[in-house]
Design a protein around this ligand. Structure first.
Ligand SMILES: NCc1[nH]cc(CCC(=O)O)c1CC(=O)O
Length: 309
């Protein structure tokens, strides 16, 4: 590549950190020259409603894709968990980078962990996946919506509206806010969502030269694990209006995949949970493995939990 590579990025502090991180990788490992193009997306503008009600994850990526389409940028950097399971025609995820901590974090100014929270305490999160898993762990808690970027969410906690909040550790760590984490949930008690903690690089499918060079950044263990996670979500018709968790980790050469599904409308219904483990070596196998985990959830009655179409 002779010209500069332009990265389209959202302008939240986390998105900018992630874009700068990828810029440095491209400069150091691929000797590319890189500039950032910051933009505001619909997802950043709509702060008063739950995302699942206004169109879902695609809200954070659409404007970036338009910039790629129009040639204003070459590459978009996303938190993988915000990337819809099906990309629009003409776009491709070319690389998934090594994953940061995939766990969810418990953040509070008063309590050290979930068990310490008093009966009926108010906990903030807007993720349906976190809501159903929190309800399963502590049915007494009062769970209240909490949106906005990480700084906004921490400020709302500090203003006293919540006894605790739950957010992704990865984001807090990237922004140097690790000291706010009182404890991390294990991936068994609070299964992360597909792709949590990983960064995905999206390009136009016809960008052959760029695709070839970026493929050098793929972290294979993360790539296979997240392909399996995303396949679960895709198979169940994944959208962020679905309280679905899917997290894979390596046990030697085996991939262990844990999944959970709650009912968004009836949060008191029992959480469906399954886990499978097998040797996985190719993307094809990872996708089939994810499909198998989705089938395990269907065998437990997932159909009755999914939104009726
Ligand atoms: N949904 C917003 C979002 N997208 C990515 C992260 C954190 C970083 C990551 O998980 O990669 C967050 C914050 C959160 O869920 O608390």
């Amino acid at each position: 590549m002779s010209e500069k590579v332009i990265i389209a990025t959202r302008e939240s502090r986390l998105a900018l950190w992630q874009a700068e991180h990828v810029k440095a990788l491209l400069e150091q490992r691929l000797q590319l020259q890189v500039d950032l193009l910051g933009m505001t997306t619909r997802g950043d503008q709509i702060l008063d409603r739950s995302l699942s009600k206004v169109g879902g994850k695609g809200l954070f990526v659409k404007e970036l894709e338009t910039a790629l389409e129009e040639g204003r940028a070459h590459l978009a950097v996303h938190s993988l968990k915000d990337v819809p399971m099906e990309l629009p025609d003409g776009f491709e995820l070319v690389a998934i980078l090594e994953r940061e901590d995939p766990r969810d974090a418990f953040v509070s100014n008063l309590y050290a962990n979930l068990a310490e929270l008093p009966q009926g305490a108010v906990v903030g999160t807007s993720s349906l996946r976190r809501v159903v898993q929190l309800k399963a762990l502590r049915p007494d808690l009062q769970i209240e919506p909490l949106r906005g970027n990480l700084d906004t969410r921490l400020r709302k906690l500090d203003e006293g509206g919540y006894a605790a909040i739950v957010l992704a550790s990865a984001g807090l760590k990237r922004l140097g806010l690790e000291s706010r984490i009182r404890c991390c949930f294990s991936v068994e008690e609070m299964i992360p969502c597909a792709g949590q903690g990983a960064l995905g690089l999206e390009v136009r499918a016809d960008a052959a030269v760029l695709k070839a060079s970026l493929s050098g950044l793929i972290d294979t263990p993360t790539w296979l694990a997240t392909q399996a996670e995303r396949a679960v979500s895709r198979s169940l018709g994944g959208s962020c209006s679905m309280p679905l968790a899917a997290h894979a980790h390596w046990v030697g050469a085996d991939l262990h995949l844990a999944v959970a599904l709650g009912d968004a409308e009836r949060a008191e219904r029992p959480l469906l949970k399954a886990s499978i483990q097998a040797k996985v070596q190719t993307v094809e196998q990872a996708l089939q493995f994810g499909e198998q985990a989705a089938q395990a959830l269907r065998d437990l009655g997932a159909a009755a939990y999914l939104p009726q179409v």
